[in-house]
Every structure is written in structure tokens, then in C-alpha cells.
Design a protein around this ligand. Structure first.
Ligand code: IMP
Length: 428
């Protein structure tokens, strides 16, 4: 198949890079959009004609009538979250269920997983991860423990018995952690209608995707979260529970590396992080601090949880690491306009530890907490870039900022976001 037309879109920071808008634009010319990992912890915001839609579980491509959307085997699916999102879109006039398939191998997020998420976080006290409380980690724990329930199991008549036994078993762990056990029978009654709605959408998406590939359909793989939140390569344990890079695309879709095509890394013009964990370029985020100022200007509040995001300058040490891990071919730079008023723009180009310059991101948390960012400071452009659509219409210093990113990373910036709407974009 012509994999050169396929695209992988990944976040190269700690999530919230603005992937939703990039994916939404690329979806226009894509036949199939696939989510491969994560679950309803994601929050992809798309603004169309001034109307804002936040998608958590459904692929952002769902807003394009042409695209068939696949929730791949690597995703953890919460039946209620799915139904709520479908309802919200159909209330807005979009019939999306007919263009959606869910892998029969996808794990289900059950009420016990949310209760466990809360109980584990509570038990961790000060060391808590700051999860989205969507039950994501415990659902992946069940997958790895080989005790999880999958979407394809719904067809099995003994399914409800397995669900009941599973909830009872998980309740023991919840109770041991001091959490709130699930009312088993009530949970089953509540779940039933959601599962019934989901059942007709469940299919062997791996086989479906291979057929689509053979028919030369164009595909886009929609990353969720960011590479610095990857379970293996991220700032462990302050990470999500899936592989957020190209590895997760392959295992989470059932397609091979040959079918991935161009890898597009989405990078915000500055850095944000939500939840706990090390963040070397973090600015003062209390009221009146620089981080707080950027947060307000950039509207940096979680799309899923509403939590305020921690803000910092652009960290190319972290982004470069993410590029190398994933063979990133090109970059989509988002929210450049948020930096418009700045007089100077420090950019972290590497970390230093005990006087030594590092060439990556250390695995050890204590080391990561001690690294010092090495900054190069660029001048700000102090002019509006809002809504700019052509490269030559950007202020010279804004172009220099972009050129500096390209030179430091050795990766071309092909797309620049200058506002929330679809049209506020520079394509190069
Ligand atoms: P979980 O994925 O809910 O288990 O949360 C683990 C960590 O990943 C927390 O720090 C979350 O804030 C973070 N996280 C999960 N999903 C997203 C996302 O879509 N954007 C940004 N951070 C996320």
C-alpha cells in the first residue's frame, strides 16, 4: 500500500500540545483516523466555525464526514464516556456512530478502575501522579495482569458473570487500599445500556485496517497524551500508562511499521504540564508569576479535568529526545500567537547536571529534579501573529524563532498555529 500518504500525529511534550486542531485539519484528506492508545483521559479540542468541541475518547477525525474512525485495540474504552460523547455530537447534528468502529481487542474501563484510580492516588499521598481519574492506569493494569475484559467479550453469554466476578475481586483491592468499593449489582445495571449501545460498533478492527491498507485508503494515527508521558520513556512514574509514541501506534492498531508513513510531531511554542512530576523549565506559576501569565493568555486549563496547567518556556532538550525516539519527520508548531507580547524568549536547548551537559532526559527522578536547563535567549517579536496564514506575513523575529527550533532539532517545521480556528494556520 502507499504508506507514504499515511500520517502519525504525536505530541512531543507532556500532552496538551494542540494535537486536536492538527489532526482535525489533516483528517480532511484522510479516509481512516485511528486512535491507538490511552482512553478518555485525552482532551482534544477542535474549534469549527467558532463552535468548540472537546473529544476525549473518539478520534478527532470524527468531525469530518469522510473519515471512518477506529478505536484501536490499544485503547481502553469506557462505555459511558463513549455514549456521552456520541450523544453530545449527535445533539450537535452529527451522526457519527455509523462511521465508528471499536476493536474487539480493546480493553474496557469499568467502574472498579475509576475507584482504583482514586484509591491508588489517595494511597500515594504527596507522591500522587495527579491522574485524570478516568481509571486509565488500573484498566491497563488489568490488561497486563491478563484479568481485563475486552470489548469483544460482550458477545459471550457468560460475560455478565465474568464482569460480576471481576468487580467482586477488584473490590477486595479497593477496600485494602482504603477506597470506596463498587456496588456490584448496581454497577452492572448501570453499565448494561451503555454496553448494549457499544456492542454493534465492536469489530475486528485489525483485519478491517489491513483490508483498508490493501485498498490504498489513507490513514492517520492520532496520538494521545505526549511522548514525555510515555510509560517507558517518559518521566516515570509521573506518566500515563500507555506507550504514547510510534511503538504504541504499531501495537495499538495491529498494523506494521511499514504502514505508518510520515511522523508529525506536535509541539507547543512553550511548554505545559498538568499533574505531578518533574518539569525542568517550569516558571513561577503562582498568581502574578510568568507561568501564570502564559497560562491565562494561552487558556492553559485541562480540557478533561479543568485543572490549571503548569507553564514554562520551550524545552527543546525534551522535544529533541522525543524526536529521536520517534523518528519525527516534521513538526507542527502550535500556539505561536500566545508568545506575541513577550520581550524575550528563553529556549532550553539542553540540560546540565553537576556541571555536565546531557544529551537527553535522565531516567532517574532525582537527577531530573536537579537538572538545570541551558537557555538560549531569543528576542520576542511583540507584534500580533493572530490569524496569520502566510509565512512571509509573520514578523521576522517570529520566523527566526521557528528557524531556531528547526536548526536545534534538525527537523522542519511545516505547520504553524496562529489561533484556535482551523483557518489560523501557516502551512509551509
Ligand atoms: P492518567 O493518564 O489519567 O493515568 O494520568 C497520568 C498523567 O498523565 C497525569 O499527570 C495526567 O495529568 C497526564 N495526562 C493524561 N492524559 C493527558 C492528556 O491528554 N494531556 C495532558 N496530560 C495528560
Amino acid at each position: 500500500m502507499g504508506s507514504s500518504t499515511n500520517k502519525v500525529v504525536l505530541g512531543l511534550q507532556w500532552g496538551d500540545e494542540g494535537k486536536g486542531k492538527v489532526i482535525d485539519q489533516l483528517a480532511e484528506s484522510t479516509d481512516v483516523v485511528v486512535r491507538c492508545q490511552g482512553g478518555a483521559n485525552a482532551g482534544h479540542t477542535v474549534v469549527v466555525g467558532g463552535r468548540k468541541t472537546v473529544l476525549h475518547l473518539l478520534p478527532s477525525g470524527i468531525l469530518h464526514e469522510r473519515a471512518t474512525c477506529i478505536i484501536g485495540n490499544g485503547v481502553v474504552v469506557e462505555p459511558k464516556a463513549l455514549a456521552d460523547e456520541l450523544d453530545e455530537l449527535s445533539a450537535g447534528g452529527a451522526d457519527v456512530a455509523s462511521r465508528l468502529l471499536i476493536s474487539d481487542r480493546a480493553q474496557l474501563v469499568l467502574p472498579c478502575h475509576k475507584a482504583l484510580d482514586a484509591a491508588y492516588e489517595q494511597a500515594k499521598g504527596k507522591g500522587k501522579v495527579g491522574t485524570t481519574m478516568r481509571g486509565i492506569g488500573p484498566a491497563y493494569m488489568d490488561k497486563m495482569a491478563r484479568t481485563g475484559l475486552r470489548a469483544g467479550d460482550l458477545a459471550d453469554p457468560a460475560w455478565i458473570d465474568r464482569l460480576r466476578a471481576h468487580l467482586v475481586a477488584q473490590n477486595r483491592i479497593i477496600a485494602a487500599l482504603g477506597g470506596r468499593p463498587v456496588e456490584v449489582e448496581q454497577a452492572i445495571i448501570t453499565l448494561r445500556p451503555y454496553l448494549k449501545r457499544m456492542a454493534p460498533l465492536v469489530a475486528d478492527t485489525t483485519a478491517w485496517l489491513h483490508r483498508a491498507a490493501a485498498a490504498n485508503k489513507t490513514m492517520m494515527f492520532e496520538g494521545a497524551q505526549g511522548v514525555l508521558l510515555d510509560i517507558d520513556h517518559g518521566t516515570y512514574p509521573y506518566v500515563t500508562s500507555s506507550n504514547t509514541g510510534v511503538g504504541g501506534v504499531i501495537t495499538g492498531s495491529g498494523l506494521s511499521h511499514r504502514q505508518l508513513g510520515e511522523v508529525i510531531g506536535v509541539v507547543k511554542a512553550y511548554t505545559t504540564r498538568v499533574g505531578g512530576g518533574p518539569f525542568p523549565v517550569e516558571l513561577a506559576n503562582e498568581t502574578g508569576g510568568k507561568g501564570d501569565e502564559i497560562r491565562r493568555r494561552g487558556g492553559e486549563f485541562g480540557a478533561t479535568t479543568g485543572r490549571p496547567r503548569r507553564c514554562g518556556w520551550l524545552d527543546l532538550a525534551a522535544v529533541g529526545f522525543a524526536c529521536r525516539l520517534n523518528g519525527v519527520d516534521s513538526i507542527a508548531l502550535t500556539k505561536l500567537d500566545i508568545l506575541d507580547p513577550e520581550t524575550v524568549l528563553p529556549v532550553c536547548v539542553a540540560y546540565e547536571l553537576d556541571g555536565k551537559r546531557l544529551d537527553g532526559v535522565p531516567a532517574n527522578l532525582n537527577e531530573l529534579a536537579r537538572v538545570k536547563p541551558i537557555y538560549e535567549t531569543l528576542p520576542g517579536w511583540q507584534a500580533s501573529t493572530v490569524g496569520v496564514q502566510r509565512w512571509q506575513d509573520l514578523p521576522a523575529k517570529a520566523r527566526d524563532y521557528v528557524a531556531f527550533i528547526e536548526k536545534t532539532l534538525g527537523v522542519p517545521v511545516k505547520w504553524i498555529g496562529t489561533g484556535p480556528g482551523r483557518e489560523a494556520t501557516v502551512c509551509r
